[in-house]
Design a protein around this ligand. Structure first.
Ligand SMILES: Nc1ncnc2c1ncn2[C@@H]1O[C@H](COP(=O)(O)OP(=O)(O)O)[C@@H](O)[C@H]1O
Ligand SMILES: [Mg+2]
Length: 364
């Protein structure tokens, strides 16, 4: 099917006029399409859902439509114009939010937020604060959404306890005969185990409430107004699942507040930056003021440490398994990534008290 044919299955006003591919994302294929409706130009984004990653795109669509319509209703009730603030998925004639093409691919169509920009890397404090605010507001809008009603697209995604079990299995099997070379890294992972598995055990014991989490809180999943440097909307919602606020916050901080890329070779450069953390916390926690329970507030900093160690363990597990999950650019790439996350985990660990203090300051 052509993009035009796909578009025509959705119920949208006017005539199709143009289409260009957007090459930014890495998971889904995206196209910008233009329509003319009552003499006015309208822009939409048409996106093919990655079937290799998501087995049940129909269920994913139920999740994303559920949460975006929930947010939209709240915005309308608050007198906020939702047009550029939340995604709106078009429907087909038979009231579905996707089109299934002849090759078995799922497509969706939603509002393109024009005059906007995304930041692949956020280094400026103002931008970091806005990214934090966008994800914090997302959490805030969904704080009373029934997280249990969501389809779990990736089971055990942040079950750190289980990630460790898989890691030990990989060490034992040692499929590529690599474990002997990475004894030091294996021991380092082991040394983090007790503290890094604390959150997932608390979650399992229902000591911390489950909420809707985004699970991909990178800076380029927040759309900004091009002129104003103000965050408009959170996008890339395919991984919304039940989880802990600390997961979203922790993963955002892990990614944004590190001064080095995820595969930095010079480990002396890998440091957790408290100034960036302050900016992110100001935005995120500020947006959730009064919504967080005391235990959630207490565990946000631990979330950063947990997400960092968890990723180190996953990189090292994949290295031991022969690089079957993460795509790599060279042999040993996953090992370098694991070393880098372990260095970051050390830096985070040394700053946990200061981080807790910063969180408390903005939670007041
Ligand atoms: N509604 C939108 N309006 C404007 N640009 C968008 C919109 N949705 C996505 N984009 C652009 O397309 C890119 C990829 O979209 P995204 O949904 O994040 O897919 P991926 O899963 O591939 O990262 C984004 O980084 C952004 O630049
Ligand atoms: Mg994205």
């Amino acid at each position: 099917m052509t993009i035009k044919e796909i578009c025509e299955r959705f119920r949208i006003c006017g005539d199709y006029t143009a289409c260009t591919q957007i090459n930014n994302g890495i998971i889904n294929k995206s196209y910008l399409v233009t329509y003319r409706c009552d003499g006015q130009e309208r822009k939409y984004l048409v996106q093919r859902i990655n079937r290799a990653v998501f087995r049940r795109p129909d269920k994913i669509m139920q999740n994303v439509v559920g949460v975006t319509e929930f947010i939209r209703a709240k915005m309308l009730a608050q007198g906020i114009d939702p047009e550029r603030r939340v995604l709106k998925y078009a429907e087909t004639a038979d009231r579905k939010n996707y089109v299934l093409d002849s090759e078995g691919n799922y497509w969706r169509l939603y509002n393109f937020i024009d005059d906007s920009v995304v930041y692949d890397e956020a280094t400026d404090a103002e931008i970091i604060e806005q990214v934090g605010k966008a994800f914090g507001e997302f959490q805030n809008y969904l704080s009373d959404y029934d997280a249990g009603s969501l389809y779990v697209s990736i089971p055990n995604f942040h079950n750190t306890r289980r990630r460790y079990d898989l890691f030990y299995e990989a060490v034992m099997v040692d499929a590529e005969d690599r474990a002997g070379k990475v004894k030091r890294e294996i021991d380092l992972c082991r040394s983090h185990e007790t503290l890094a598995t604390k959150l997932s055990i608390m979650a399992e014991n229902k000591e911390i409430p489950l909420h809707v989490t985004h699970n991909d809180t990178k800076s380029n999943n927040v759309i900004f107004d091009r002129e104003e440097k103000k965050a408009l909307a959170v996008i890339d919602l395919d991984t919304v699942m039940p989880g802990l606020v600390a997961y979203d916050f922790g993963d955002a901080a892990r990614f944004i507040c590190s001064d080095a890329p995820e595969d930095e070779l010079d480990l002396s450069k890998v440091k957790f930056n408290l100034e960036k953390f302050r900016a992110l916390t100001k935005g995120f926690v500020g947006a959730l003021k009064g919504r967080l329970t005391p235990i959630e507030t207490d565990t946000l900093a631990l979330g950063v440490y947990t997400m960092t160690v968890e990723l180190a363990v996953r990189f090292l597990t994949d290295y031991l398994n022969g690089d079957t999950y993460f795509s790599t650019n060279y042999p040993g790439h996953n090992l370098d990534r694991a070393k880098c996350q372990l260095a970051l985990a050390d830096s985070v660990y040394g700053k946990l008290d200061a981080m807790r203090e910063i969180v408390r300051e903005y939670a007041k």
